[in-house]
Write a protein that binds this ligand. Structure first.
Ligand SMILES: [Zn+2]
Ligand SMILES: [Zn+2]
Ligand SMILES: [Zn+2]
Ligand SMILES: [Zn+2]
Ligand SMILES: [Zn+2]
Length: 571
Protein backbone atom coordinates (compact mmCIF):
# COMPACT_ATOMS: atom_id res chain seq x y z
CA UNK A 1 0.00 0.00 0.00
CA UNK A 2 1.46 3.31 -0.98
CA UNK A 3 1.21 6.33 1.20
CA UNK A 4 1.69 10.00 0.61
CA UNK A 5 3.35 11.50 3.62
CA UNK A 6 2.50 15.09 2.85
CA UNK A 7 -1.11 14.34 2.16
CA UNK A 8 -1.43 12.32 5.30
CA UNK A 9 0.01 15.08 7.40
CA UNK A 10 -2.46 17.51 5.86
CA UNK A 11 -5.39 15.28 6.60
CA UNK A 12 -4.25 14.57 10.13
CA UNK A 13 -3.81 18.26 10.76
CA UNK A 14 -7.27 18.89 9.40
CA UNK A 15 -8.76 16.22 11.61
CA UNK A 16 -7.04 17.75 14.58
CA UNK A 17 -8.71 21.02 13.72
CA UNK A 18 -12.09 19.34 13.47
CA UNK A 19 -11.66 17.86 16.95
CA UNK A 20 -11.85 21.34 18.40
CA UNK A 21 -14.81 22.34 16.26
CA UNK A 22 -16.88 24.94 17.97
CA UNK A 23 -13.92 26.93 19.14
CA UNK A 24 -12.99 29.99 17.13
CA UNK A 25 -11.25 28.48 14.17
CA UNK A 26 -11.49 30.91 11.33
CA UNK A 27 -9.62 30.75 8.09
CA UNK A 28 -8.77 33.64 5.88
CA UNK A 29 -11.59 34.95 3.77
CA UNK A 30 -11.20 35.19 0.12
CA UNK A 31 -13.22 38.22 -0.84
CA UNK A 32 -12.35 38.11 -4.51
CA UNK A 33 -15.58 38.58 -6.39
CA UNK A 34 -17.49 39.05 -3.20
CA UNK A 35 -17.44 42.83 -3.10
CA UNK A 36 -20.30 44.36 -4.95
CA UNK A 37 -20.47 48.08 -5.48
CA UNK A 38 -22.35 49.83 -2.70
CA UNK A 39 -24.75 51.98 -4.65
CA UNK A 40 -25.78 54.22 -1.77
CA UNK A 41 -29.17 54.59 -0.19
CA UNK A 42 -31.98 54.69 -2.68
CA UNK A 43 -33.77 58.03 -2.58
CA UNK A 44 -37.15 56.28 -2.26
CA UNK A 45 -36.04 55.04 1.11
CA UNK A 46 -35.51 58.48 2.54
CA UNK A 47 -38.36 60.46 1.01
CA UNK A 48 -41.73 60.06 2.67
CA UNK A 49 -44.04 58.77 -0.01
CA UNK A 50 -47.12 60.98 0.10
CA UNK A 51 -49.17 62.89 -2.42
CA UNK A 52 -48.63 66.59 -2.93
CA UNK A 53 -50.27 68.55 -0.16
CA UNK A 54 -51.11 71.86 -1.76
CA UNK A 55 -51.26 74.81 0.55
CA UNK A 56 -53.87 77.52 0.30
CA UNK A 57 -52.64 79.62 -2.61
CA UNK A 58 -50.70 82.81 -2.29
CA UNK A 59 -52.33 85.51 -4.39
CA UNK A 60 -50.15 87.63 -6.65
CA UNK A 61 -52.24 90.61 -7.74
CA UNK A 62 -50.23 92.26 -10.50
CA UNK A 63 -53.14 94.33 -11.81
CA UNK A 64 -56.91 93.99 -12.06
CA UNK A 65 -56.35 92.16 -15.33
CA UNK A 66 -53.43 90.01 -14.22
CA UNK A 67 -53.74 87.88 -11.11
CA UNK A 68 -52.00 84.64 -10.23
CA UNK A 69 -52.48 82.01 -7.56
CA UNK A 70 -49.32 80.36 -6.36
CA UNK A 71 -49.65 76.95 -4.72
CA UNK A 72 -46.88 75.38 -2.70
CA UNK A 73 -46.64 71.74 -1.73
CA UNK A 74 -46.20 71.35 2.00
CA UNK A 75 -44.37 68.10 1.50
CA UNK A 76 -41.91 68.68 -1.33
CA UNK A 77 -42.02 72.50 -1.60
CA UNK A 78 -42.82 72.43 -5.29
CA UNK A 79 -44.69 75.57 -6.45
CA UNK A 80 -47.27 76.05 -9.21
CA UNK A 81 -48.39 79.43 -10.52
CA UNK A 82 -51.85 79.57 -12.11
CA UNK A 83 -53.34 82.62 -13.88
CA UNK A 84 -56.73 83.61 -12.52
CA UNK A 85 -59.90 84.76 -14.23
CA UNK A 86 -60.74 88.24 -12.85
CA UNK A 87 -64.22 89.85 -12.77
CA UNK A 88 -65.44 93.16 -11.39
CA UNK A 89 -68.13 91.82 -9.09
CA UNK A 90 -69.21 94.90 -7.17
CA UNK A 91 -68.83 98.67 -7.46
CA UNK A 92 -69.97 101.83 -5.72
CA UNK A 93 -68.95 105.38 -6.53
CA UNK A 94 -67.53 107.54 -3.82
CA UNK A 95 -69.94 110.05 -2.28
CA UNK A 96 -69.10 113.30 -0.45
CA UNK A 97 -68.04 111.64 2.79
CA UNK A 98 -68.44 107.95 1.99
CA UNK A 99 -65.75 105.99 0.22
CA UNK A 100 -66.71 104.07 -2.87
CA UNK A 101 -65.27 100.70 -3.74
CA UNK A 102 -64.69 98.15 -6.46
CA UNK A 103 -64.50 94.48 -5.67
CA UNK A 104 -62.69 92.24 -8.10
CA UNK A 105 -63.00 88.48 -7.78
CA UNK A 106 -60.21 86.29 -9.08
CA UNK A 107 -61.03 82.62 -9.67
CA UNK A 108 -58.65 79.74 -10.21
CA UNK A 109 -59.38 76.10 -10.91
CA UNK A 110 -56.61 73.95 -9.56
CA UNK A 111 -56.35 70.31 -8.63
CA UNK A 112 -60.16 69.87 -8.84
CA UNK A 113 -60.71 72.76 -6.46
CA UNK A 114 -61.98 76.26 -7.12
CA UNK A 115 -60.15 79.03 -5.32
CA UNK A 116 -61.44 82.57 -5.21
CA UNK A 117 -59.83 85.71 -3.95
CA UNK A 118 -61.63 89.02 -3.60
CA UNK A 119 -59.66 92.24 -3.79
CA UNK A 120 -61.25 95.38 -2.45
CA UNK A 121 -60.30 98.75 -3.90
CA UNK A 122 -61.40 101.94 -2.17
CA UNK A 123 -62.34 105.09 -4.04
CA UNK A 124 -61.75 107.84 -1.55
CA UNK A 125 -64.51 110.33 -0.83
CA UNK A 126 -63.63 113.96 -1.46
CA UNK A 127 -64.47 114.77 2.12
CA UNK A 128 -66.61 117.79 1.31
CA UNK A 129 -69.76 118.71 -0.52
CA UNK A 130 -69.88 119.95 -4.05
CA UNK A 131 -71.72 123.23 -3.47
CA UNK A 132 -72.93 125.37 -6.28
CA UNK A 133 -73.08 129.16 -5.65
CA UNK A 134 -75.30 129.80 -2.63
CA UNK A 135 -78.53 131.71 -2.65
CA UNK A 136 -78.22 134.76 -0.38
CA UNK A 137 -80.98 136.17 1.78
CA UNK A 138 -80.47 139.65 3.17
CA UNK A 139 -82.50 141.31 5.89
CA UNK A 140 -84.29 144.46 4.79
CA UNK A 141 -81.82 146.72 6.59
CA UNK A 142 -78.86 144.62 5.38
CA UNK A 143 -77.65 144.11 8.90
CA UNK A 144 -77.88 140.33 8.50
CA UNK A 145 -77.67 137.73 5.75
CA UNK A 146 -77.59 134.01 5.31
CA UNK A 147 -76.48 131.70 2.54
CA UNK A 148 -78.37 128.64 1.37
CA UNK A 149 -76.19 125.84 0.00
CA UNK A 150 -77.18 122.76 -2.00
CA UNK A 151 -74.73 119.96 -2.78
CA UNK A 152 -74.91 118.96 -6.42
CA UNK A 153 -73.51 115.54 -5.62
CA UNK A 154 -75.52 114.39 -2.62
CA UNK A 155 -78.34 116.95 -2.39
CA UNK A 156 -77.41 118.04 1.11
CA UNK A 157 -78.72 121.52 2.02
CA UNK A 158 -77.61 123.96 4.70
CA UNK A 159 -78.14 127.56 5.73
CA UNK A 160 -75.31 129.57 7.22
CA UNK A 161 -75.56 132.95 8.90
CA UNK A 162 -73.17 135.57 7.59
CA UNK A 163 -70.84 138.07 9.20
CA UNK A 164 -71.61 141.54 7.76
CA UNK A 165 -69.22 144.39 7.24
CA UNK A 166 -69.96 147.71 5.51
CA UNK A 167 -68.08 150.55 3.86
CA UNK A 168 -69.22 153.84 2.34
CA UNK A 169 -67.78 154.83 -1.01
CA UNK A 170 -68.62 157.45 -3.61
CA UNK A 171 -70.46 156.81 -6.81
CA UNK A 172 -70.26 160.06 -8.77
CA UNK A 173 -72.20 162.69 -6.80
CA UNK A 174 -73.71 160.10 -4.50
CA UNK A 175 -72.35 157.96 -1.76
CA UNK A 176 -72.98 154.24 -1.66
CA UNK A 177 -73.05 151.92 1.35
CA UNK A 178 -71.55 148.59 0.39
CA UNK A 179 -72.52 145.63 2.56
CA UNK A 180 -70.36 142.47 2.44
CA UNK A 181 -71.61 139.18 3.82
CA UNK A 182 -69.01 136.55 4.78
CA UNK A 183 -69.95 132.87 5.17
CA UNK A 184 -67.56 129.97 5.62
CA UNK A 185 -69.02 126.63 4.66
CA UNK A 186 -67.63 123.37 3.31
CA UNK A 187 -64.09 124.65 3.92
CA UNK A 188 -64.58 127.65 1.71
CA UNK A 189 -65.20 131.39 2.18
CA UNK A 190 -68.22 132.73 0.33
CA UNK A 191 -68.98 136.43 0.06
CA UNK A 192 -71.86 138.49 -1.25
CA UNK A 193 -72.06 142.25 -1.72
CA UNK A 194 -75.03 144.59 -1.79
CA UNK A 195 -74.62 148.29 -2.67
CA UNK A 196 -77.26 150.79 -1.54
CA UNK A 197 -77.30 154.42 -2.72
CA UNK A 198 -77.45 156.71 0.29
CA UNK A 199 -80.39 159.09 0.31
CA UNK A 200 -78.76 161.38 2.85
CA UNK A 201 -75.25 162.80 2.79
CA UNK A 202 -72.94 160.25 4.37
CA UNK A 203 -69.25 160.44 5.16
CA UNK A 204 -67.20 157.88 3.23
CA UNK A 205 -65.25 155.33 5.19
CA UNK A 206 -63.25 152.48 3.75
CA UNK A 207 -61.23 149.83 5.50
CA UNK A 208 -58.13 147.87 4.54
CA UNK A 209 -56.88 144.80 6.40
CA UNK A 210 -53.42 143.57 7.13
CA UNK A 211 -53.10 140.02 8.49
CA UNK A 212 -50.04 138.47 10.01
CA UNK A 213 -48.73 135.39 8.20
CA UNK A 214 -50.13 133.09 10.85
CA UNK A 215 -53.51 134.87 10.70
CA UNK A 216 -53.45 135.15 14.47
CA UNK A 217 -53.64 138.95 14.34
CA UNK A 218 -54.88 141.66 11.97
CA UNK A 219 -54.73 145.41 11.67
CA UNK A 220 -57.65 147.41 10.30
CA UNK A 221 -56.95 150.78 8.74
CA UNK A 222 -60.10 152.89 8.33
CA UNK A 223 -59.90 155.88 6.01
CA UNK A 224 -62.60 158.56 6.43
CA UNK A 225 -63.83 161.18 3.98
CA UNK A 226 -61.69 163.87 5.55
CA UNK A 227 -58.60 161.81 4.70
CA UNK A 228 -58.08 160.86 8.29
CA UNK A 229 -56.60 157.37 8.80
CA UNK A 230 -57.00 155.30 11.89
CA UNK A 231 -55.29 151.97 12.36
CA UNK A 232 -56.48 149.63 15.09
CA UNK A 233 -55.59 146.15 16.20
CA UNK A 234 -58.43 143.77 15.39
CA UNK A 235 -59.84 141.15 17.69
CA UNK A 236 -59.43 137.80 15.92
CA UNK A 237 -61.60 134.82 16.80
CA UNK A 238 -60.72 131.37 15.50
CA UNK A 239 -63.21 128.64 14.70
CA UNK A 240 -61.58 125.32 13.87
CA UNK A 241 -63.24 122.36 12.18
CA UNK A 242 -60.83 119.42 12.37
CA UNK A 243 -60.13 117.38 9.30
CA UNK A 244 -60.78 113.66 9.48
CA UNK A 245 -60.32 110.67 7.27
CA UNK A 246 -63.79 111.31 5.87
CA UNK A 247 -63.92 115.07 5.73
CA UNK A 248 -61.75 118.06 4.99
CA UNK A 249 -61.44 120.57 7.83
CA UNK A 250 -61.04 124.30 7.92
CA UNK A 251 -60.16 127.18 10.17
CA UNK A 252 -62.15 130.39 10.10
CA UNK A 253 -60.46 133.57 11.32
CA UNK A 254 -62.89 136.42 11.99
CA UNK A 255 -61.46 139.86 12.72
CA UNK A 256 -63.49 142.63 14.37
CA UNK A 257 -62.32 146.20 14.69
CA UNK A 258 -64.39 149.09 16.03
CA UNK A 259 -63.58 152.59 14.80
CA UNK A 260 -65.81 155.56 15.69
CA UNK A 261 -68.43 153.19 17.04
CA UNK A 262 -68.67 151.22 13.78
CA UNK A 263 -67.81 147.50 13.59
CA UNK A 264 -65.67 146.33 10.71
CA UNK A 265 -65.28 142.62 9.91
CA UNK A 266 -62.97 140.57 7.82
CA UNK A 267 -62.97 136.79 7.44
CA UNK A 268 -60.21 134.42 6.30
CA UNK A 269 -60.52 130.68 5.78
CA UNK A 270 -57.82 128.01 5.56
CA UNK A 271 -58.73 124.54 4.37
CA UNK A 272 -57.32 121.52 6.22
CA UNK A 273 -57.06 118.57 3.85
CA UNK A 274 -58.50 115.20 4.80
CA UNK A 275 -55.99 113.30 6.83
CA UNK A 276 -54.57 109.96 5.84
CA UNK A 277 -56.54 107.82 8.22
CA UNK A 278 -56.92 104.21 7.22
CA UNK A 279 -59.83 102.32 8.62
CA UNK A 280 -59.33 98.74 9.74
CA UNK A 281 -62.37 96.56 10.12
CA UNK A 282 -62.22 94.23 13.08
CA UNK A 283 -60.55 91.00 12.12
CA UNK A 284 -60.41 88.01 14.44
CA UNK A 285 -57.03 86.32 14.71
CA UNK A 286 -56.67 82.80 13.36
CA UNK A 287 -54.11 80.08 13.95
CA UNK A 288 -51.72 81.59 11.44
CA UNK A 289 -52.81 85.19 10.93
CA UNK A 290 -52.99 88.02 13.41
CA UNK A 291 -56.15 90.05 13.84
CA UNK A 292 -56.90 93.68 14.56
CA UNK A 293 -59.59 95.62 16.40
CA UNK A 294 -61.81 98.11 14.59
CA UNK A 295 -59.57 101.15 14.49
CA UNK A 296 -58.06 103.95 12.47
CA UNK A 297 -54.45 104.46 11.56
CA UNK A 298 -53.10 107.90 10.77
CA UNK A 299 -50.47 107.22 8.14
CA UNK A 300 -48.86 110.60 8.78
CA UNK A 301 -48.13 109.89 12.41
CA UNK A 302 -48.40 106.08 12.53
CA UNK A 303 -50.78 106.40 15.46
CA UNK A 304 -53.89 104.31 15.97
CA UNK A 305 -57.25 105.68 17.05
CA UNK A 306 -60.60 104.19 17.89
CA UNK A 307 -62.32 106.96 15.95
CA UNK A 308 -61.62 108.80 12.71
CA UNK A 309 -61.64 112.10 14.59
CA UNK A 310 -58.47 110.98 16.35
CA UNK A 311 -59.77 111.64 19.84
CA UNK A 312 -59.11 108.17 21.32
CA UNK A 313 -55.58 107.09 20.68
CA UNK A 314 -54.68 103.44 21.31
CA UNK A 315 -51.32 101.68 21.21
CA UNK A 316 -50.34 99.03 18.71
CA UNK A 317 -50.54 96.43 21.47
CA UNK A 318 -54.17 97.31 22.09
CA UNK A 319 -54.89 97.17 18.37
CA UNK A 320 -53.06 93.99 17.42
CA UNK A 321 -54.63 90.62 18.12
CA UNK A 322 -51.71 88.19 17.80
CA UNK A 323 -52.11 85.01 15.81
CA UNK A 324 -53.33 82.17 17.98
CA UNK A 325 -51.02 79.42 16.75
CA UNK A 326 -52.31 75.97 16.03
CA UNK A 327 -53.91 73.90 18.75
CA UNK A 328 -52.76 70.38 18.00
CA UNK A 329 -54.59 67.33 19.24
CA UNK A 330 -52.20 64.86 17.65
CA UNK A 331 -48.54 65.23 16.84
CA UNK A 332 -46.44 62.76 14.90
CA UNK A 333 -42.80 62.86 13.95
CA UNK A 334 -41.89 60.82 10.89
CA UNK A 335 -38.28 59.71 10.99
CA UNK A 336 -36.32 58.74 7.93
CA UNK A 337 -34.72 55.34 8.01
CA UNK A 338 -31.26 56.70 8.76
CA UNK A 339 -32.66 59.09 11.42
CA UNK A 340 -30.81 61.99 9.79
CA UNK A 341 -34.07 63.70 8.83
CA UNK A 342 -37.54 63.82 10.28
CA UNK A 343 -40.71 65.66 9.36
CA UNK A 344 -43.60 66.78 11.45
CA UNK A 345 -47.29 66.08 11.09
CA UNK A 346 -49.97 67.44 13.35
CA UNK A 347 -53.68 68.09 13.31
CA UNK A 348 -55.11 71.36 14.60
CA UNK A 349 -58.49 71.20 16.30
CA UNK A 350 -59.11 74.91 15.86
CA UNK A 351 -58.64 75.23 12.11
CA UNK A 352 -58.95 71.51 11.29
CA UNK A 353 -55.80 71.61 9.18
CA UNK A 354 -53.23 68.89 9.12
CA UNK A 355 -49.78 70.41 9.02
CA UNK A 356 -47.13 68.47 7.15
CA UNK A 357 -43.72 70.04 7.15
CA UNK A 358 -40.78 69.44 4.87
CA UNK A 359 -38.07 67.31 6.43
CA UNK A 360 -35.69 68.85 8.93
CA UNK A 361 -32.14 67.78 9.63
CA UNK A 362 -31.72 66.08 12.95
CA UNK A 363 -28.83 66.54 15.32
CA UNK A 364 -26.84 63.63 16.60
CA UNK A 365 -24.61 63.11 19.60
CA UNK A 366 -23.09 60.10 21.30
CA UNK A 367 -23.34 59.94 25.06
CA UNK A 368 -22.70 57.07 27.47
CA UNK A 369 -22.77 54.42 24.78
CA UNK A 370 -25.96 55.81 23.28
CA UNK A 371 -26.52 57.58 19.98
CA UNK A 372 -29.09 60.34 20.49
CA UNK A 373 -30.83 61.89 17.51
CA UNK A 374 -32.91 65.01 18.05
CA UNK A 375 -35.16 67.12 15.88
CA UNK A 376 -36.77 70.47 16.70
CA UNK A 377 -39.65 72.10 14.92
CA UNK A 378 -38.84 75.70 13.94
CA UNK A 379 -41.41 77.93 15.67
CA UNK A 380 -42.45 79.51 12.36
CA UNK A 381 -44.35 76.36 11.48
CA UNK A 382 -46.86 76.56 14.32
CA UNK A 383 -46.47 79.99 15.87
CA UNK A 384 -48.02 78.99 19.15
CA UNK A 385 -44.87 79.40 21.22
CA UNK A 386 -44.86 75.71 22.03
CA UNK A 387 -41.79 73.62 21.43
CA UNK A 388 -42.13 70.44 19.43
CA UNK A 389 -39.22 68.06 19.40
CA UNK A 390 -38.55 64.40 19.25
CA UNK A 391 -35.59 62.15 19.92
CA UNK A 392 -34.43 58.67 19.11
CA UNK A 393 -32.00 56.90 21.39
CA UNK A 394 -29.94 54.02 20.06
CA UNK A 395 -28.29 51.93 22.78
CA UNK A 396 -25.09 50.68 21.20
CA UNK A 397 -25.01 47.76 23.64
CA UNK A 398 -28.21 46.31 22.25
CA UNK A 399 -28.33 47.78 18.75
CA UNK A 400 -26.74 44.69 17.25
CA UNK A 401 -28.69 42.39 14.97
CA UNK A 402 -29.24 38.69 15.60
CA UNK A 403 -27.77 36.97 12.58
CA UNK A 404 -28.85 33.64 11.11
CA UNK A 405 -27.33 31.96 8.12
CA UNK A 406 -27.96 29.42 5.39
CA UNK A 407 -25.28 27.22 3.97
CA UNK A 408 -24.58 27.53 0.28
CA UNK A 409 -22.08 26.11 -2.14
CA UNK A 410 -18.82 27.64 -0.94
CA UNK A 411 -20.93 30.47 0.38
CA UNK A 412 -23.16 31.42 3.27
CA UNK A 413 -26.09 33.79 3.24
CA UNK A 414 -26.36 35.92 6.38
CA UNK A 415 -29.76 37.31 7.30
CA UNK A 416 -30.65 39.71 10.11
CA UNK A 417 -33.44 41.95 11.29
CA UNK A 418 -33.07 45.61 10.51
CA UNK A 419 -32.02 47.82 13.40
CA UNK A 420 -33.72 51.18 13.76
CA UNK A 421 -31.47 53.99 12.70
CA UNK A 422 -28.84 51.82 11.06
CA UNK A 423 -27.53 53.69 8.03
CA UNK A 424 -25.99 50.53 6.64
CA UNK A 425 -24.51 47.27 7.83
CA UNK A 426 -20.95 46.09 7.83
CA UNK A 427 -20.10 42.44 7.29
CA UNK A 428 -17.16 41.65 9.55
CA UNK A 429 -14.95 38.57 9.59
CA UNK A 430 -12.55 37.48 12.29
CA UNK A 431 -9.23 37.07 10.53
CA UNK A 432 -5.95 36.28 12.27
CA UNK A 433 -7.23 37.47 15.62
CA UNK A 434 -8.70 40.69 14.32
CA UNK A 435 -12.09 41.80 13.05
CA UNK A 436 -11.97 42.95 9.45
CA UNK A 437 -14.70 44.75 7.49
CA UNK A 438 -15.43 42.55 4.49
CA UNK A 439 -18.15 44.60 2.87
CA UNK A 440 -21.08 46.90 3.52
CA UNK A 441 -24.73 46.73 2.56
CA UNK A 442 -27.90 48.75 3.09
CA UNK A 443 -29.85 45.47 3.01
CA UNK A 444 -30.55 42.97 5.73
CA UNK A 445 -28.91 40.00 4.09
CA UNK A 446 -25.56 39.33 2.54
CA UNK A 447 -23.87 36.42 0.78
CA UNK A 448 -20.25 35.70 1.67
CA UNK A 449 -18.72 33.81 -1.25
CA UNK A 450 -15.55 31.84 -1.99
CA UNK A 451 -15.58 29.99 1.31
CA UNK A 452 -13.90 26.66 1.71
CA UNK A 453 -16.21 23.78 2.55
CA UNK A 454 -15.44 22.21 5.86
CA UNK A 455 -13.97 25.42 7.20
CA UNK A 456 -15.57 27.49 9.91
CA UNK A 457 -15.60 31.25 9.89
CA UNK A 458 -16.48 33.64 12.65
CA UNK A 459 -18.54 36.53 11.29
CA UNK A 460 -20.60 39.41 12.64
CA UNK A 461 -22.93 42.06 11.26
CA UNK A 462 -22.30 45.54 12.64
CA UNK A 463 -24.71 48.44 12.03
CA UNK A 464 -23.55 51.98 11.33
CA UNK A 465 -24.97 54.87 13.36
CA UNK A 466 -23.98 58.49 13.00
CA UNK A 467 -21.46 57.46 10.35
CA UNK A 468 -19.66 55.17 12.79
CA UNK A 469 -19.63 51.41 13.02
CA UNK A 470 -21.06 49.96 16.17
CA UNK A 471 -18.12 47.63 16.75
CA UNK A 472 -20.02 45.34 19.05
CA UNK A 473 -19.23 41.70 18.20
CA UNK A 474 -21.18 40.05 21.01
CA UNK A 475 -23.57 38.48 18.52
CA UNK A 476 -20.91 37.06 16.22
CA UNK A 477 -21.71 33.63 14.80
CA UNK A 478 -19.62 30.84 13.31
CA UNK A 479 -20.59 29.80 9.79
CA UNK A 480 -19.49 27.16 7.35
CA UNK A 481 -20.58 26.46 3.79
CA UNK A 482 -22.10 23.21 2.57
CA UNK A 483 -19.59 20.42 2.89
CA UNK A 484 -18.42 18.60 -0.20
CA UNK A 485 -18.51 14.96 0.80
CA UNK A 486 -17.70 11.99 -1.36
CA UNK A 487 -20.02 9.05 -0.86
CA UNK A 488 -18.85 5.76 -2.34
CA UNK A 489 -21.50 4.37 -4.59
CA UNK A 490 -20.23 0.88 -4.95
CA UNK A 491 -17.86 -1.43 -3.07
CA UNK A 492 -17.10 -4.94 -4.15
CA UNK A 493 -14.84 -7.57 -2.55
CA UNK A 494 -13.02 -9.74 -5.04
CA UNK A 495 -10.86 -12.35 -3.28
CA UNK A 496 -8.67 -10.20 -1.06
CA UNK A 497 -9.13 -6.97 -2.92
CA UNK A 498 -11.73 -4.24 -2.43
CA UNK A 499 -13.12 -2.43 -5.49
CA UNK A 500 -14.43 1.10 -4.78
CA UNK A 501 -16.40 3.46 -7.06
CA UNK A 502 -17.46 6.98 -6.16
CA UNK A 503 -19.54 9.82 -7.56
CA UNK A 504 -17.44 12.77 -8.73
CA UNK A 505 -18.04 15.97 -6.72
CA UNK A 506 -17.95 19.50 -8.07
CA UNK A 507 -14.67 21.31 -7.66
CA UNK A 508 -12.68 18.27 -6.56
CA UNK A 509 -9.00 18.75 -7.25
CA UNK A 510 -7.96 15.33 -5.98
CA UNK A 511 -9.48 12.25 -4.42
CA UNK A 512 -7.98 9.97 -1.82
CA UNK A 513 -8.91 6.68 -0.21
CA UNK A 514 -8.23 6.74 3.51
CA UNK A 515 -8.32 4.01 6.12
CA UNK A 516 -8.73 4.22 9.86
CA UNK A 517 -5.68 2.82 11.60
CA UNK A 518 -5.33 3.03 15.38
CA UNK A 519 -8.04 5.72 15.51
CA UNK A 520 -6.24 7.87 12.96
CA UNK A 521 -7.20 8.26 9.36
CA UNK A 522 -4.38 7.61 6.93
CA UNK A 523 -4.38 8.32 3.23
CA UNK A 524 -3.74 5.10 1.41
CA UNK A 525 -3.82 6.33 -2.17
CA UNK A 526 -4.34 9.67 -3.96
CA UNK A 527 -5.97 10.12 -7.36
CA UNK A 528 -6.35 12.94 -9.82
CA UNK A 529 -9.71 14.59 -10.34
CA UNK A 530 -10.62 12.36 -13.27
CA UNK A 531 -10.34 9.09 -11.36
CA UNK A 532 -13.51 7.79 -9.72
CA UNK A 533 -12.67 4.18 -8.99
CA UNK A 534 -9.88 2.05 -7.51
CA UNK A 535 -9.22 -1.52 -6.57
CA UNK A 536 -7.01 -2.12 -3.54
CA UNK A 537 -4.12 -4.53 -3.59
CA UNK A 538 -4.62 -7.82 -1.73
CA UNK A 539 -5.40 -7.16 1.89
CA UNK A 540 -4.71 -9.31 4.89
CA UNK A 541 -7.82 -10.86 6.46
CA UNK A 542 -9.48 -8.50 8.86
CA UNK A 543 -11.99 -5.64 9.08
CA UNK A 544 -11.13 -2.27 7.57
CA UNK A 545 -12.89 1.11 7.82
CA UNK A 546 -12.42 2.99 4.57
CA UNK A 547 -13.52 6.42 3.28
CA UNK A 548 -13.13 8.47 0.13
CA UNK A 549 -12.27 12.17 0.47
CA UNK A 550 -12.05 14.99 -2.03
CA UNK A 551 -9.67 17.92 -1.95
CA UNK A 552 -11.41 21.27 -2.61
CA UNK A 553 -9.55 24.58 -2.52
CA UNK A 554 -6.48 22.64 -1.34
CA UNK A 555 -8.27 21.19 1.67
CA UNK A 556 -9.36 17.60 2.26
CA UNK A 557 -13.15 17.61 2.80
CA UNK A 558 -13.43 15.44 5.86
CA UNK A 559 -16.68 16.49 7.51
CA UNK A 560 -19.06 13.76 8.61
CA UNK A 561 -16.24 11.33 8.02
CA UNK A 562 -17.46 8.61 10.29
CA UNK A 563 -20.94 8.36 8.81
CA UNK A 564 -19.89 8.17 5.21
CA UNK A 565 -16.99 5.77 5.78
CA UNK A 566 -17.69 2.05 5.44
CA UNK A 567 -16.38 -1.23 6.73
CA UNK A 568 -15.19 -4.19 4.68
CA UNK A 569 -14.17 -7.57 5.99
CA UNK A 570 -11.59 -9.70 4.19
CA UNK A 571 -11.81 -13.40 5.07
ZN1 LIG B 1 -45.19 67.63 -3.21
ZN1 LIG C 1 -72.72 116.57 -0.78
ZN1 LIG D 1 -68.02 126.48 13.12
ZN1 LIG E 1 -65.41 100.66 11.87
ZN1 LIG F 1 -54.90 75.70 13.44
Amino acid sequence: MSQTKVAKRTLVALLAVLCVAGSASVSSFSTAGAITAYAGTNIEDITPVTDHEWSEPKCIWVSNEEVYAEFKCNVCCETRKVKADVQLTSHRDASCFTDGFSIYTATVNFNDNVYTKREYFTHRAEGKHDYSDPVWNWSDDHSAASAHFVCERCGFEEDSGAVISSEVTTDGEDTVTEYTAYVVANGQLYTDKVSIKNTEPTETRTVSWEWTDSLSAALATVTCGNGKNETVQAKVTVDKHYATYRSVGWVTYTAISVVDGIEYHDVMCVVLPKNSMVHYEEQKPTCTTSGIIDCWLDLDTDKYYLDPECTQEVSWYQVDLPELGHDFDSVTWHWYKDLKHAWFEAHCTRCDHTIKTPPFSTTCKIENGKVIYEVNLPSTFVGNNKKYRDRKVIDLKTAVPDVTYEKGDRAVKLTWDSIEGAQQYGIAGYVNGKWKLLNTTPDTSYIIRNLTPGTEYKVAVVPMFADRWNTNFTKAITVTPKSVNVIPVQTKIIDHKVGIKWQPVAGAEKYAVAALESNTWAVKKEFDANTTQWTTPNLAPGTYRIAVVAMVNGTWQSSDFRNRSFEVTIK
